[in-house]
Design a protein around this ligand. Structure first.
Ligand code: AMP
Ligand code: MG
Length: 320
């Protein structure tokens, strides 16, 4: 648990334009006052994040939407009431209050209310919306514990330690324009969930999200610093010092290998929650030279899990 004094310090730092890493239900965020462009600039600097990659703004009440956007029509409120607080980011036309640096010059802003008590208390105590990308160096593994944050961002001003995050992968991102809702990034809230919430709306999900106007949806992302390969079940010989990340008991993996289970029963929620921890564990293990990860079928939540796995493995594939 976080003490009141820790929260007070963190809120004071945000008010002073400093950076605070904090837990959300998805991954740890690197937060700054979203309305202070200089504070937000420090996020890009510390993360070494390219300036074309916009940040998500975190709020603690649906009322804060009216500060950040002029579009609060029926569909937006329907989604917010159904899924907030929760792992859904809604991209909307930005109000004048939102600095350009937050949105990388786009005229839209990504907004979400996280489902984490510490995050909500921090936003309320700081008394401002908090811009926060994941608290990792650009392109590397997302942090799902305070230790993961300190590993990559040792000189962040303050870290609120809320233990391991529960959802474990980043929020679903959708944009809404009139009667069209577009999926920009898959997450634990699936297309089917959105369709149920907006039955009269056209839901568009591209097979090739990198073609959409959504900077940051890159082919390579969330990568460990050592080679990661998607496990091919036909292959039975593996190089020495291989680590295996699997989602249920397996008998074809060499007995002496390091194995990390995300789940014992191929449970998708468990796989998502433990995916980044498993990758961090392999990254930190000096005996492991390369990592093999089991794929999951791309249906339902499996779409979001495979999105992260493919991006993490992308730069280590041959012929790309
Ligand atoms: P991160 O918080 O590190 O997961 O990154 C946030 C991601 O949200 C960015 O990389 C973008 O892909 C997406 N995003 C944020 N704001 C917008 C926006 N206005 N339009 C489209 N995508 C956005
Ligand atoms: Mg990120």
């Amino acid at each position: 648990m976080i003490s009141t004094s820790e929260l007070d310090i963190a809120a004071k730092y945000i008010k002073e334009g400093k950076l605070v890493a904090f837990p959300t239900e998805t991954v740890y965020g690197l937060g700054a006052n979203a309305l202070n462009p200089l504070a937000v600039a420090k996020i890009f600097e510390l993360k070494e994040r390219p300036s074309f990659d916009p940040l998500i703004v975190h709020i603690a009440s649906i009322d804060d939407l009216y500060l950040l956007t002029e579009n609060t029509d029926g569909n937006v409120i329907r989604l917010a009431e159904k899924f907030w607080p929760g792992p859904l980011t809604i991209v909307l036309p930005k109000s004048k209050l939102v600095p350009d640096i937050v949105t990388s010059g786009l005229n839209t802003v990504g907004i979400r209310m996280p489902d984490n008590d510490i995050a909500l208390k921090l936003i309320r105590a700081a008394n401002c919306p908090i811009a926060a990308p994941s608290a990792n160096k650009f392109g590397q593994l997302s942090p799902v514990s305070a230790e993961h944050v300190k590993k990559q961002l040792s000189n962040v001003d303050y870290v609120l330690d809320g233990g391991n995050t529960s959802v474990g992968i980043e929020s679903t991102i959708v944009s809404i324009e009139g009667n069209v809702c577009t999926l920009l990034r898959p997450g634990v809230i699936t297309i089917a969930d959105i369709e149920n919430a907006l039955p009269d709306t056209f839901i568009y999900s591209s097979e090739k999200p990198e073609k959409l106007i959504a900077p940051g949806l890159l082919k390579s992302h969330y990568s460990p610093v050592k080679p990661l390969y998607i496990l091919d079940k036909q292959v039975s010989h593996f190089p020495e010092s291989s680590g295996f990340i699997v989602h249920e008991k397996k008998d074809f993996i060499p007995k002496e290998s390091r194995i990390v289970y995300t789940s014992q029963t191929f449970n998708h929620l468990e796989i998502a929650a433990n995916l980044f921890s498993a990758l961090h564990a392999m990254e930190d293990d000096e005996h492991i030279k390369q990592i093999f990860i089991e794929p999951v079928p791309e249906v339902g939540l499996g779409i979001a899990i495979m999105d992260r796995i493919k991006k993490a493995a992308y730069k280590y594939q041959q012929n790309n």
